[in-house]
Design a protein. Structure first.
Length: 80
């Protein structure tokens, strides 16, 4: 995730939104337990994902209000 998402997750307990994601590194489906890492690849959180990696690839960097426009469905604004 980017620096902004890192700060919000670590210091404010925020959920991960698509705008803070920079990449995914493995294949996973919705409901998987995923590890979130900062820009230096240091682990910062673990959570359950609302979207699979293929869906997230389309959402990287986007505002959460665009999820339904992009995917044509939504499981909510939070990725993790």
């Amino acid at each position: 995730v980017d620096e902004g998402a890192t700060t919000k997750i670590l210091h404010h307990g925020a959920s991960l939104l698509p705008s803070g994601i920079t990449k995914t590194t493995s294949h996973f489906e919705r409901g998987a337990i995923v590890h979130i890492v900062d820009p230096l690849d240091q682990p910062i959180a673990v959570g359950i994902t609302n979207y699979g990696n293929k869906e997230i690839q389309h959402l990287i960097g986007m505002h959460s209000t665009k999820i339904e426009d992009i995917l044509e469905y939504s499981y909510g604004p939070k990725i993790v």
